[in-house]
Design a binder for this molecule. Structure first.
Ligand SMILES: [Zn+2]
Length: 313
């Protein structure tokens, strides 16, 4: 169900209407809730929030959080507590605008009646990625402290978004119940999640269109992208998130991220062809990844040596 569930993530087809100046929020809003909210903030995170206010996506998240009276506490953890409407941050995350944006998006999701879960996480990663790009992609290589543990994920998201969402969606953790699970009777409505995701993915389409230049400039070497897929696969297998022991050279083929992106897009758009050639011989990890596509498939090799993947319904 996941492929169908992420429909629209980046399917920005013709007929798409450019938003009317969606990102122009104008001068500092003199709105008292925003000023009061900022004044009441711990100085450590205030600095980070100020950076968020300098960029369009960050500013919209800050305005939303101020309007909802979201509390921000630095207490050594990093999560959003919907019951208390409080974002909890640790020493790392409170200095990182992208991670703060991730948690503020969880706070914004509360307005939509969203439950915690995969959709909520994918939405939060979308906002984290947008802030990361709008800030000029602070990466570890720059020696910047703005970078996060999510660099690899964000590089993959920037370059191959369908693949990034699909791979993130493979993860099996307690916090991420599968999207296909029916919501518990007392904790929300699946249609709210649908409409949240639809709105967010359409918004991401517009954002990608407006930020195409910045996205194209992002440094994302093949090794970072394949390593990220290996990490997601490791999560999917319940092995946790550690990159230890994953050797990208012996792991996932360099052609895999781009191949997956094309395959996922084709399937999402209702592609009927059931067989595609693989660009090369698949490694064991390549095969494991392909086995997790939501359509049954078989990898075969022709007598002439060409590798193919056959998808069935
Ligand atoms: Zn989250």
């Amino acid at each position: 169900m996941l492929l169908a569930a992420i429909a629209g993530a980046i399917l920005c087809g013709p007929g798409f209407v450019r938003p009317q100046n969606l990102w122009a929020f104008g001068a500092l809003d003199p709105n008292p809730p925003l000023e009061t909210w900022l004044d009441s903030m711990d100085m450590r995170v205030r600095k980070t929030v100020s950076r968020l206010m300098e960029i369009p996506t960050g500013r919209s998240l800050v305005v939303s959080a101020a309007e909802s009276g979201v509390k921000i506490e630095i207490d050594g953890s990093a999560y959003y507590d919907p019951a208390a409407n409080a974002v909890h941050l640790d020493e790392d995350s409170n200095r990182n605008p992208a991670l703060v944006a991730h948690e503020l998006e969880h706070a914004r999701q509360r307005k939509f009646g969203m439950r915690a879960g995969r959709r909520a996480e994918l939405g939060a990663y979308s906002m984290e990625g947008r802030v990361w790009v709008e800030l000029g992609v602070p990466l570890r290589q720059d020696g910047s402290q703005l970078s996060s543990i999510n660099d690899g994920m964000l590089q993959l998201w920037a370059r191959h978004p369908m693949t990034a969402y699909w791979a993130l969606g493979l993860r099996r953790t307690a916090d991420w119940p599968p999207i296909s699970n029916s919501p518990p009777a007392d904790s929300g409505d699946a249609s709210l999640e649908e409409s949240y995701w639809l709105e967010l993915s359409q918004d991401e389409c517009r954002w990608r269109d407006a930020n195409a230049g910045k996205l194209a400039e992002i440094y994302a070497p093949p090794s970072a992208l394949t390593e990220q897929l290996a990490v997601d696969l490791s999560f999917a297998k319940g092995e946790g998130s550690l990159k230890d022991g994953i050797q990208s050279a012996a792991g996932i083929s360099e052609w895999m991220p781009e191949f997956l992106e094309e395959l996922l897009l084709m399937v999402e758009r209702g592609g009927r062809s059931l067989e595609w050639p693989l660009p090369g011989a698949p490694t064991a990890l390549d095969r494991e990844l392909l086995n997790r596509l939501n359509r049954p498939n078989r990898v075969t090799q022709t007598p002439s040596g060409q590798w193919n993947i056959q998808l069935s319904n």
